[in-house]
Design a protein around this ligand. Structure first.
Ligand code: AMP
Length: 299
């Protein structure tokens, strides 16, 4: 039994930031998101990886108790290369090798079918739709995406958003997808498609959540040591849905707390490459930063 299903990529990443470089590191939207969700609740992955995917990477996910029944292995692993300059809010994509993602047909394992919470992590929107088609009555579907899919499969992505309860994107993606420089207008356009809430992440500057009749904003955690922001968006989504699944409360105030939990978890992830920093922490550390967020905003 799992409470949260995460679909996305399980990747090998080649990353360069002003603070270092890694090659073939454990990455992918599903890896980051499932890892983060698993601090809160039992999480299962639906993804594909290649025969070349290192065993040590898999062990890291398994060690956190993530259910891997939905992970297929075939061909060559999805590989992403990205580079950050001193403005770490925006990655420059150097390569996207879809490899095994090209022929992936996601199947939700029987033992995941009762999961009420589904995170459609960053992956081909056609695959997100295939997952949705296999689910009858999830309580909450949260969707994330990336510029690559906005450019190549916008129509399919809009279909996914229409069938989602919460749509999460970063500021650059919001501007690109809704063709406006104004984030409030972008959020309104996204809400018109149907989700009950739209979240716009602004990297180190925090996140905003919009519903048809409310607006919520949180700051970003003032990090002193940042090495690599890769995966922060996915870690945000994982903690957001994991916390909601754990508390089973989809009221507005609890959704706001989930945004802060997402931001707290994501702030840890930026402190090191790959999942290295997340491997060191427990839910206690995430709770600690959650409370610091409260203090920072008090006046
Ligand atoms: P984030 O920094 O949260 O946007 O996500 C970074 C992760 O997304 C990396 O670990 C990549 O492996 C993965 N990724 C990069 N491009 C794509 C893509 N087009 N589709 C799915 N996952 C991707």
């Amino acid at each position: 039994m799992v409470d949260v299903i995460v679909i996305g990529t399980v990747a090998m990443d080649d990353i360069e930031t002003p603070f270092g470089k890694v090659t073939g590191a454990l990455g992918g939207s599903a890896s980051y998101a499932a890892y983060s969700s698993s601090f809160f609740t039992k999480t299962g992955i639906v993804a594909v990886t290649g025969e070349d995917f290192p065993r040590e990477h898999l062990e890291i996910l398994k060690k956190r108790g993530i259910d891997m029944t939905g992970l297929k292995k075939e061909g060559k692993t999805f590989r992403w290369g990205g580079k950050y300059k001193f403005d770490m809010n925006e990655a420059e994509t150097l390569k996207t090798e879809l490899n095994c993602l090209d022929h992936f047909n996601p199947i939700i394992p029987k033992q995941y079918k009762n999961a009420n919470y589904v995170l459609l992590g960053n992956i081909d929107p056609e695959l997100q739709l295939k997952v949705l088609d296999q689910l009858d009555n999830a309580s909450l579907v949260v969707t994330d995406t990336m510029n690559f899919w906005i450019e190549s499969k916008k129509d399919k992505l809009l279909e996914v958003i229409k069938r989602s309860d919460v749509f999460v994107m970063n500021d650059g993606e919001a501007r690109q997808l809704f063709e406006t420089v104004n984030l409030v207008q972008a959020a309104k356009k996204a809400l018109k498609l149907g989700p009950r809430a739209v979240i716009i992440k602004k990297g180190e500057h925090g996140a905003m959540m919009f519903t048809p009749d409310s607006m919520f904003m949180t700051v970003g955690y003032p990090l002193e040591n940042i090495k690599d922001p890769t995966g922060c968006g996915d870690v945000f989504g994982g903690a957001f849905i994991g916390y909601l699944a754990k508390t089973a409360d989809l009221g507005e105030m609890n959704m706001r707390k989930a945004v802060v939990y997402g931001s707290a978890a994501a702030s840890y992830n930026a402190e090191d490459f790959s999942l290295n920093r997340m491997k060191d922490i427990s839910l206690d550390e995430i709770e600690k930063r959650f409370h610091e967020f409260r203090q920072i905003k008090e006046f």
